[in-house]
Design a protein around this ligand. Structure first.
Ligand SMILES: Cc1cc2nc3c(=O)[nH]c(=O)nc-3n(C[C@H](O)[C@H](O)[C@H](O)COP(=O)(O)OP(=O)(O)OC[C@H]3O[C@@H](n4cnc5c(N)ncnc54)[C@H](O)[C@@H]3O)c2cc1C
Length: 303
């Protein structure tokens, strides 16, 4: 059965585009994570559609990933199919004040196109190390902006392999969430509506925000950005610091001293080390302040 599954899956994509037991540490910014049973890199939308339709028909578990910058995969890996769009879905086109990006395009590359075309609105996202697909799923945001402000629509591959368009309203964005988080889906592309602006001003805002990131965030260590969501009325990093957890460590993982909202992989951490820090921090902050932190990072697989 599993030979048949592998062979059939392989027949849907270019030769060599399906692997078995691919270590996920190579595909996440935390640099941890055990093997995915199957790892698929579709070459184009037709292949992606066929893969999605087949996996749904076969009742197999799957998950689409972008740059893995918000993902914690367990040390024992993922018992399903990971579909990676980062490599082949990175076309970006500009028409007037609308930018359309394939789901695997990096936000930094889209920001670059916005800048080159003197379009404003994307500056806040220039330094978020995710893809168009991952950012729409997460409603990624920073410095007062979020995807909900600029996304016009997203094209999603439905279970049967057909494409469906979700408008901004239909995406039901909330704080770090969208309707697309509810079940496995594949975002194929995202359209943004921006505004004409002044190139020098756009550039200077992007540079200012990049400086701000470098000065406040531990970008020199592998991480997944802010590990926890912002609890209403508080800042996760401040709660963690005030609970005395600055630098708190388990194995090779620790709460960053530079920014307590980041759990970092500072010395060959395992996914379990990171998970232990997340759990301990959650318990200790709850004990001190009766505030329950929730991970922003998506946690998948076996630990
Ligand atoms: C140093 C650093 C700084 C960060 N700063 C910020 C910040 O300022 N603001 C912020 O919001 N986030 C930030 N992040 C977190 C992260 O970059 C964002 O959440 C980003 O949007 C995730 O995009 P990704 O492509 O890496 O998604 P992944 O991590 O690959 O995936 C995240 C989720 O989206 C799903 N997904 C990804 N692509 C698709 C697709 N095409 N179709 C369907 N599902 C998909 C995955 O299944 C998963 O559930 C930061 C991370 C790091 C490492």
């Amino acid at each position: 059965m599993s030979e048949y599954f592998f062979d059939y899956l392989s027949s849907l994509v270019k030769e060599g585009s399906v692997k078995r037991d691919e270590p996920m540490r190579a595909h996440t910014t935390f640099k941890v994570g055990g093997p995915a049973d199957y790892f698929i890199v579709p070459g184009n939308e037709k292949e992606l559609s066929e893969v999605i339709a087949y996996l749904n028909k076969a009742g197999r578990e799957y998950m689409v990933v972008g740059n893995g910058s918000n993902l914690l995969v367990g040390d024992h890996g993922y018992r399903g199919c990971i579909i990676l769009l980062y490599d082949n879905f990175n076309k970006i086109s500009v028409e007037g004040d609308r930018i359309t990006a394939q789901a695997g395009a990096l936000l930094s590359a889209i920001a670059h196109e916005a800048l080159e075309n003197s379009l404003t609105g994307f500056e806040f996202a220039a330094g978020i190390p995710g893809t168009a697909g991952g950012a729409v799923i997460m409603n990624a945001g920073a410095y007062g902006g979020e995807m909900a402000d600029i996304v016009e629509s997203a094209e999603v591959i439905a279970d049967d392999g057909d494409k469906v368009t979700f408008s901004n309203e239909e995406l039901k964005f909330g704080y770090r969430k969208s309707v697309l988080q509810v079940r496995p889906v594949a975002v194929a592309s995202v359209s943004y509506k921006l505004k004409p602006g002044k190139k020098e001003e756009i550039q200077s805002r992007m540079e200012e925000l990049a400086r701000e990131r470098r000065s406040k965030q531990p970008l020199e260590y592998p991480s997944a950005g802010s590990t926890f969501k912002r609890p209403e009325g508080y800042f996760a990093g401040k709660l963690i610091m005030d609970a005395g957890l600055r630098g708190y460590r388990v194995g090779g993982a620790k709460v960053s001293e530079k920014h307590c909202g980041f759990v970092i992989n500072y010395n060959n951490a395992s996914a379990s080390d990171i998970m232990d820090v997340i759990n301990d921090v959650t318990e200790r902050v709850n004990g001190h302040f009766s505030v329950r932190l929730e991970p922003e990072v998506r946690i998948v697989g076996e630990f």
